[in-house]
Structure formats: C-alpha cells, structure tokens
Design a protein around this ligand. Structure first.
Ligand code: SAM
Length: 661
C-alpha cells in the first residue's frame, strides 16, 4: 500500500489533495489496488494524457469548459423541448439564463425526465461533457431543494455512459467527477457506466448500449483525416462497422457521427463539436447522404474564424444538433466576429447577439450534390432561394466542363534534377534546373517553328472578365498520341527521358514517354469556349474562339452539341454578372474571399434560359470587345430582371459586390 506521502509528487497528488478523497476511495474509483509502481504509472499516464503535447497528432483537442457546458444546455434544451410541453421561452430561461428554480409541477416533470435520460459521450476524454451534465443536474436539484439529492444524483449517474479508447482518460474522468462531488464515504462515490473500448471497431460495442438507445449523445470526437493516417483507416476497415461506413478521404470523426446516430433513440438529441469541412468535403459525400436520409439538423452554429480551441491553428469548427425526426427546419448561426469569449454566459450572449441567423428548410439546406449550404444570413439565403427557384437547368445540361492540361514536366524542377536525373546525363547534356521541357518562352521555341504541335501557352492570369489576353510569350509542345516523334522533338526531349519515363501514366503504359501526361482532348483548347481561372477573387469568365492552351488551373466550358440550345455567349453574360458573383460567393467552396471554381461545382451551377437572351448576347459581345462599365451595368440590369430581383434585393447585391471588390 502507498502512503499519502508517496502521492505528493505529481499531478495525481494535487487532485488527491484538492479532493480530500482518501486513498481508499481513489482505489475504489480506479478499481485497482494502487501499489507504488502502479501509482506512478497512473500519474504519468494521467499527466501525459491531460498535458500531452502530442495530442494534435491524435486529433484530440480538449473542449473548453464553457463550450462543453453550453452544449450540455443545448442538448437538454432540445431534449426537453421534444419531450415536454414547456415553451421555448421557458426552456431558454432555464437552460440558457440559469433560472433553475422551477415551479413545483415543473420540477416533478424535470425529475421524471432526468431520471430517464440516458446520455453518452463516445469519446469522453477527461469527461468534460458528462461532468458538466452532472453539475447542471446537481444545480437543478439543489436550487429546487430536492430532498436526498445525492441519491437522485446517483440514480441519474447510472444512466451516464462514458466511452474512451484510453483507459487513463476514463480513470481521470472518474477522479475528476468525484473531486467535484466530494463524496464523504464510499457509498457516495459516483460512478458512470464506463466503456474502455474502441467505439468503431469493437465487436462488443452494441452490448454496451441500453435497449432503447440514448436520449442524448454529446461530444467532441477526434478529428483525424485519412491523409497521413492511412494505416489507422486500413485497420478500421477490417471491422464490420469500419468497413460499412468507410469512404475515401474521410475523417475519423465521421464514424462517431454514424455511431452516435445509430444509438440515438427516436426522441433523442445529438450535439457534436467538430470541424466544419464535412459540410462540403468530397470525402464526406456518403456521410451527408446518411445525415440527410436519417434525420434532420436542428441547429448549426458555424464558428468560422472564431477559435474554439486556442491551440488548433487554422481550424474551423461548428457545433451541430441533430435528431432522428425528418424534415425539420435548421437554425443556422454564422459567427463572423472573432471576439474573445471566456464563460458560458458570455457565449450565450455572443451567439444570441449574432445577427447572422436564419432558419432554413431541409430542401434548401442541402444543395444539388448534398453539400450543406450555410449562407451568410437571412438576406443572402432569400436571394439564393430565389435564384434556385427560378433556375431550370444545371450548367452540365448544355455544357461540358474540362480541366486544362498537365504536362507532368513543364521544366526541370529541383526535385527532378536531384532525384530523377543521373549525373552522367546531367553532364552529358549540360542540364540545369529550370531548363524547358514542354513549356518554354518564344525564343527557345524557334527550333520548332512550323511544327503543328507548337502552341501558344497561357496562364490563368491571362484570363480577364469577358476576354483573354491573347499575347503570350509562352509556348508549349502539345504532344498527344497523334503527334509523331520527329527528329527535332526527339533531340529536345531525349535528355529528359529519365524524368519523362518516371511519370505514372508512362509507367503504366498508357502514354508514350514523350507525350504530355494529361493532354486532355485537343478540341477543348481549340474550339469556341469559356475559360475560367480555378481560383480568383471575382467571377472571371472569358470568351475565346481561338487556340487557348492552359494548365490544370484553368477550366474550359464548351457547348455539348452543335444546336447550341443555350448560346455560349449568353452563359458568359450570366456567369460574369453581379448576381452570379453573389450566387458563387454563397455556394460551394471558398478559401477566404477567393472563389474556387472547380469542374464539379461549375457543372452543378443552376442556370436558367434567359428571357432577354438576344440583348444579353449583344451586350456581352460588346464587353468581349472592350469592357466598359456602361454595358456591364446594362447587362446586370437585364439579369436582375430575368430573375425578378426586387429593388431592395438588387441594392443588397450591389452593396455586397462593392464591399467585396
Ligand atoms: C478530441 S478528444 C475529446 C475529449 C473530450 N470529449 C473533450 O472534448 O475534451 C477525443 C477522445 O477520443 C478518444 N478516442 C480516439 N479514438 C477513439 C475510438 N476509436 N474509440 C473511443 N474513443 C476514442 C481519445 O482517447 C480522446 O480522449
């Protein structure tokens, strides 16, 4: 047995001292006899668990206390809303404004419900959520002068389930819990149902879940992308559950969402703190479909730049509340301020005072590809709703969208020079870093003059609104499978053969060593088209009907058929309009204020046949010839008219446009 003295070095001791617990009690809590060695192990692990700097590598960020208690109030608010007749106002005053003194009949309702709530945190860590839950329950019991509140607390704690893969976390939780409740004797020690297991792969998980599932699932699961953690996901995939819900490029926390919803009962509430990328990420396609099919988001609080975790740089988070009932509206709060908040009350005020709030029906929350659309605020949403309702087609109904070419070796890069070229070849051909392979300036291209594979080559900065800059000093050797390897070409490329042969497509035999890695279809560069820079600060779409070869950071929109049921130039006018800037800014991916216009979002843009098509085409032609403000204003006016945009909405869009430009 160890003495109290032996406990003095280290964190465990501090807690022991603070709690006033006897070692006996602690032994009970840890359900093991603490020998000297074991104590050290517990202390050390406990210590590293709580203070571990490596936690970033495991995707574990521990929730600040005020956020956890806010989420607990949120879960109880929704649960009581679903399961009692108390009004929203009444529940707000109880759960958010701390007015816990209840009328007698209310208190009886509370007792009955609280005794039956089953609550789980599937990644409890030190137990911040569950401890906050118990603290809140305790407050309610004490303020309402509940006789024998300790026995109620004990009864309620029997329905609390704490899961974690890490045993030390669970130990820490039990200790922390009892430090709070200061049991005076063994009888008063509070236990939860603790489950030390991997909630994704464990075959015994189902046995731990109460028959009716959980009333509340709450937590902050670990965030860990598949990228860089391939082995972990390979292991997970070996389990039935892991395999069932696996999708490429996913995040570990998606499994916690699936599990959480699986175990939630029909009137239950799930509240999670996660990163906010899953609402649009490609690797969360199945997850979003599952979320759409199995219930409703009740609320999403998007924190944007507000830092929930001080030490998670560059991370963006949200809190979402989800229920199994279908077709419920979602309340959205879009936090735009990055004010410092330190307490529950401050957070309630901060979120409450945020002006960017609106409620949205499910059919508008999920857009065409089931990505979840969070608009800036009510005004934005109502205009987008109008654009969507007026639209009759998606862009891909009439047009193809293709990405520009990838040569796989524009020039000799430093990496290729060091890793792929042999010294012998470098010396023989006097190769330097930066030497042109497929891409070169005009002067260097002289030896290819007259060859039909020599093409003008453009950068995405050569694209302006409506028209392109046709003067370029750059050239590319456009070598696809149609081009024969003539002597000039051979002489030019041979020195770089080691680099060219190392490209994946050449290795797999789908390209000759001298061809471009991804030449795409030549036609898209040659024919009439709209070119789009992949990323830009505004909606920049340019018309071009000559050869315009460019790299993969340019997209090419071409008509699908010769009938031209939707004229390309009409589309050009629409895409360049202020209304479409507004639309593009509100949907799809954005990096800061930059629009990201990849092939998939472009293909899925909603469009309509324009009533004023002819005039729009004429004005757009003017703008292709020479951009001028007068014609641009006229164009915008016609587009507003086409979509029945009111004067008030127009002012809103114009202000937004001016503010962003
Ligand atoms: C982000 S931490 C959150 C801890 C706590 N909920 C909080 O917010 O402070 C994630 C926790 O999940 C646990 N965890 C990671 N993978 C797990 C798994 N497969 N099954 C159960 N728990 C897991 C970690 O041990 C860690 O304690």
């Amino acid at each position: 047995m160890i003495t109290e003295e032996q406990y003095i070095n280290g964190l465990g001791r501090l807690l022991l001292k603070k709690s006033g617990l006897t070692i006996d009690c602690i032994e009970k809590i840890f359900s093991l006899k603490i020998s000297k060695d074991k104590t050290n192990i517990i202390n050390k692990k406990f210590d590293t668990y709580i203070l571990d700097n490596k936690r970033k590598n495991t995707g574990s960020f521990y929730t600040p206390d005020y956020i956890a208690s806010y989420m607990v109030s949120k879960a109880l608010f929704e649960y009581f809303k679903n399961n009692t007749s108390l009004s929203d106002e009444r529940l707000t005053s109880i759960f958010y404004n701390g007015k816990y003194n209840l009328k007698n009949n209310e208190f009886q309702v509370f007792l009955k419900i609280l005794k039956n709530i089953t609550i789980a945190d599937l990644s409890c860590g030190g137990g911040i959520f569950l401890i906050n839950y118990m603290r809140l329950v305790e407050k309610i019991l004490i303020i309402n002068n509940c006789d024998n509140y300790m026995s109620y607390l004990k009864a309620i704690s029997k329905n609390v389930h704490a899961y974690d893969i890490n045993k030390q976390a669970i130990n820490a939780l039990l200790l922390e819990l009892n430090i709070h409740f200061e049991p005076e004797n063994e009888e008063e020690i509070i236990y939860f149902n603790t489950h030390n297991l991997d909630i994704i792969t464990s075959a015994s998980f189902d046995e731990t879940v109460p028959q009716n599932g959980y009333s509340i699932v709450i937590g902050n699961p670990p965030y860990l992308g598949e990228k860089g953690n391939k082995n972990l996901f390979n292991e997970i995939k070996k389990s039935a559950f892991g395999n069932q819900y696996y999708e490429g490029k996913m995040d570990l926390f998606y499994y916690f969402i699936y599990r959480g919803i699986n175990v939630l009962n029909d009137s239950g509430v799930l509240v999670y703190l996660t990163t906010n990328y899953f609402i649009t990420a490609d690797g969360a396609k199945n997850l979003r479909k599952y979320l759409k099919d199995n219930g409703s988001f009740i609320e999403i609080i998007n924190f944007n730049e507000y830092k929930v975790f001080k030490d998670a740089l560059g991370q963006h988070n949200l809190i979402f509340t989800y229920e199994k009932s279908k077709n419920k509206n979602t309340r959205i709060t879009n936090i735009e301020e990055n004010k410092k908040v330190h307490s529950f009350d401050e957070l309630v005020k901060f979120v409450g005072n945020c002006n960017n709030k609106y409620s949205i029906q499910e059919k508008f929350l999920f857009n065409e590809r089931n990505t979840i659309q969070l608009y800036i605020n009510e005004n934005h949403f109502s205009i987008i709703k109008k654009i969507k309702t007026k639209s009759t087609h998606t862009l891909k109904d009439f047009f193809n969208v293709n990405q520009g070419l990838v040569s796989g070796a524009d020039r000799v890069s430093k990496q290729n020079y060091n890793k792929k070229l042999s010294q012998e070849i470098i010396d023989l051909y006097k190769i330097n870093i930066g030497d042109s392979i497929y891409v070169m300036n005009k002067k260097k291209s002289d030896k290819f003059l007259g060859k039909n594979y020599l093409k003008y080559f453009y950068k995405n900065s050569d694209i302006n609104k409506f028209s392109v800059n046709e003067n370029t000093n750059k050239r590319i050797l456009y070598i696809d499978s149609q081009v024969e390897l003539d002597q000039v070409l051979k002489n030019h490329l041979i020195p770089y053969k080691e680099i060219l042969e190392d490209r994946r497509e050449v290795q797999t035999g789908s390209r000759n060593w001298y061809e471009l890695q991804w030449p795409r279809i030549k036609e898209i560069f040659e024919k009439e088209k709209i070119v789009v820079p992949q990323r830009s600060s505004s909606n920049i779409f340019a018309y071009n009907d000559k050869a315009f070869y460019g790299s993969a950071d340019i997209y090419y929109i071409t008509s699908k058929n010769l009938l031209m049921d939707y004229p390309l130039i009409a589309l050009l006018g629409l895409l360049n309009s202020k209304l479409f800037y507004f639309y593009l800014s509100n949907i799809g991916k954005k990096k800061g204020n930059m629009l990201e216009l990849y092939a998939t979002p472009l293909k899925h843009l909603l469009i309509k046949k324009l009533k004023n098509e002819k005039t729009i085409i004429n004005i757009s032609r003017d703008l292709i010839n020479k951009f001028n403000d007068k014609s641009f204003d006229q164009l915008n006016q016609l587009i507003y008219d086409d979509y029945n945009i009111s004067q008030e909405e127009e002012n809103f869009i114009e202000n937004f446009y001016n503010h962003m430009h």
